[in-house]
Design a protein around this ligand. Structure first.
Ligand code: ADP
Length: 399
């Protein structure tokens, strides 16, 4: 059974194609299309034993998908016998007002995502538009939205609720949590690596956006993100934790509209806003090394916030069986990992300086043998989670 997992931006489309019916659930192909909407869109598709790159006019995500499926169905490529061999498309969808699990994409789901477009402004609008385009172009292909919030539905009310009136909570104003596919992957993978399921895990997904999650026995019980993906840790360009009562002050002092201020918080804050050295941690680290104090401050603020949540979740979980770093920064930045876990020997956590030099690609223990809490680097695989969730919704018994 071939499931395609799509990752969408407003002008980009990335995909992975899995065969979930075959042993080991092999990745059959992956690809990326950039500059959709232009006459010079770039397509790159790779499969075992081959790759294709081309530049062409692509008007929308539907055409982008068609080109990818046609390429994979060419006799010389042979990944698919025909485009109709794809059983479904799964989307790592972010947020919706009324849908928080894994759902077929239909008009009611799209309306529910639209209702929360202002809550997830970087994600919902491009997803809604692309889902509509794909539904029109491929009417017989099931589209499935696996929401990032799904994994966090197990968070107890006392942790997941804001201290606000009931009526507001009933509107969906609560801590939803995100990066659910990544934290779920960690919750699946760590029992395989440690050989037991009764685990207390602290999962640190640190990337373009970041969150820390407390996982007990495979279930999320707390996470750093709240109502929107702009909350919790500072992100590459999103603010992270912020006091709403600062907003009226900002509006009064700057003359900005609410919309403009929210745009700054959602697009020009976080590491970029503080450091002034771009939004990619590699650039910020380089600037800090060259003596840029603002860049160093952005890093310090990021690290402090991660430590805040790791500390809180050690309490929440009554200890931990492992701390796990994952995603672009978590898997690659030894300096962030060592800064986050510095001076924690009292808690039984000590990093091995040499092992901590591990870079992306491997599952590695980076703590010392005497560390009571092992620290791991585990590459995440959000796409396989979405692929399996899509299969389970459409094809498991009773569906
Ligand atoms: P996403 O943007 O979807 O979160 P990733 O999880 O891959 O994707 O995270 C991307 C981020 O990872 C980049 O913005 C960059 O800041 C960071 N990153 C990638 N490689 C490194 C590295 N070697 N050192 C530090 N940060 C890195």
């Amino acid at each position: 059974m071939r499931i395609l997992v799509a990752n969408l931006g407003s002008t980009s489309f990335k995909f992975r194609l899995y065969d979930l019916g075959a042993p080991g659930e092999p990745l059959l192909a992956r690809g990326a299309v950039e500059r959709i909407g232009s006459t010079e869109a770039r397509v790159k598709i790779t499969w075992p034993g081959g790759e294709r790159e081309l530049t062409t006019a692509i008007v929308d995500h539907g055409v982008a998908m068609q080109i990818c499926l046609d390429t994979l169905s060419e006799p010389g490529v042979g990944v698919l016998r025909s485009a109709s061999e794809v059983a479904a498309i799964g989307f790592k969808a972010v947020h919706s007002k009324d849908h928080h699990h894994v759902h077929r994409v239909d008009e009611s789901l799209l309306a529910s995502m639209e209702a929360f477009s202002s809550v997830a402004p970087a994600h919902n609008p491009p997803y809604i538009q692309a889902m509509r385009t794909l539904a029109k172009r491929f009417p017989s292909l099931p589209l499935v939205a696996a929401f990032e919030t799904d994994f966090h539905q197990t968070i107890p009310e006392a942790t997941g609720r804001y201290a606000i009136p009931d009526a507001w909570t009933a509107m969906g104003v609560r801590k939803w949590g995100f990066h659910g596919a990544s934290h779920r992957f960690i919750s699946w993978r760590m029992p395989e690596l440690l050989g037991r399921t009764d685990l207390k895990l602290i999962s640190c997904h640190l990337g373009g956006s970041s969150s820390v999650c407390a996982i007990r026995n495979g279930q999320s019980i707390a996470t750093s993100m709240g109502m929107s993906p702009q909350t919790g840790l500072p992100h590459n360009n999103r603010v992270g934790e912020f006091d709403v009562f600062a907003l009226p002050v900002i509006l009064k002092e700057t003359g900005l509209t609410l919309e403009q201020a929210l745009n700054t918080l959602a697009n020009h804050s976080g590491l970029e806003g503080v450091g002034g050295a771009g939004r990619d941690l590699r650039d910020i680290e380089q600037a800090a090394e060259a003596g840029n104090a603002r860049a160093q401050l952005a890093i310090d603020l990021f690290v402090q916030s991660i430590r805040h949540y790791v500390g809180a979740f050690l309490f929440e979980l009554d200890g931990a069986d492992a701390i796990v770093f994952t995603a672009g920064i978590g898997e690659n930045s030894s300096t962030i990992r060592s800064a986050v876990l510095r001076n924690l020997e009292w808690f039984g956590i000590s990093l091995d300086t040499e092992k901590n030099q591990a870079t992306r690609g491997g599952e590695t223990v980076i703590s010392t043998p005497s560390s009571r809490v092992p620290v791991w680097v585990v590459p995440t695989n959000e796409e396989i989670v979405v692929a399996r969730q899509t299969r389970d919704l459409l094809f498991s018994a009773g569906s």
